[in-house]
Design a protein around this ligand. Structure first.
Ligand code: AP5
Length: 216
């Protein structure tokens, strides 16, 4: 099964995507994670992209499109994949369609995770991530058992550089301007569904599974 998961920052793409990919035994491909890894490793690509991410702007299309193609071809995506954070504008969506047909893949589901702006702000400002394993927590909604320490691996928890008020506002603006128009691109497809992401993590996951089941 090949899935695109898109929606505003903080809608829960990472949270739901990892769980869904595990359940379906498909590769979870998160563009933001790949870019943050490149920044942390200070690769030439990481140095080039850091300024865009820190400012809450989109990294240039040519960079992310190249990365996704490499990943889909090289990762063990034979059992399927879930794309989180790609595509993020109509040009990327068009490139994805072209790239998938060139490699003989098709999209089985395009899921739009929808949530109110108030909720997004609350989720993003409280997010904590494990430095070692990348697992996500939230100060109020899913706090770690021990403050500052990952329940899964004991790693140190940190707040993302772009999870501060100013950059969050910019990311939400970029979402409205560049990502939201993808709704028109995908909404007419039979593989499209909208899932209400306003609710507890398990509740949203159940809606997601139900939406996918109804589709197939
Ligand atoms: P990226 O890392 O993709 O960030 P984003 O889209 O802003 O999305 P987030 O990761 O912030 O949110 P999410 O929806 O995954 O929410 P999460 O599940 O973590 O991209 C970062 C940057 O990289 C971009 O700004 C851009 O610069 C660049 N980039 C990435 N892709 C690109 C592309 N294609 N083209 C160009 N540039 C690109 O949840 C958030 C918090 O809420 C967590 O703490 C979680 O525990 C909590 N939470 C989640 N769900 C619930 C729930 N149901 N109830 C309570 N709490 C919840």
């Amino acid at each position: 099964m090949n899935i695109v998961l898109f929606g505003p920052p903080g809608a829960g793409k990472g949270t739901q995507g990892v769980r869904l990919a595990e359940e379906k035994s498909i590769a979870a491909i998160a563009m933001g994670d790949m870019l943050r890894q490149a920044v942390a490793e200070q690769t030439p690509l990481g140095v080039q992209t850091k300024q865009f991410m820190d400012a809450g702007k989109l990294v240039p299309d040519a960079v992310v499109i190249g990365m996704i193609e490499e990943t889909i071809v090289e990762e063990d995506a034979s059992n399927g994949f879930l794309l989180d954070g790609f595509p993020r504008n109509v040009a990327q969506a068009e490139s994805l369609d072209e790239m998938l047909s060139r490699h003989g893949f098709a999209l089985d589901a395009v899921v739009f995770l929808d949530a109110s702006e108030e909720l997004l702000l609350e989720r993003l400002s409280g997010r904590l991530i494990c430095k070692a394993c990348g697992f996500g927590f939230h100060r109020h909604y899913s706090p770690p058992r021990e403050a500052g320490c990952c329940d899964r691996c004991g790693g140190e928890l940190y707040q993302r550089d772009d999870d501060n008020e100013d950059v969050i506002a910019q990311r939400l603006h970029v979402y409205q301007e560049q990502t939201a128009p993808m709704l028109d691109y995908y909404a007419h497809r039979s593989s499209f569904c909208r899932v209400d992401a306003d609710g507890g993590m398990d509740e949203v996951y159940e809606r997601l599974i139900n939406a996918l089941e109804q589709m197939h």
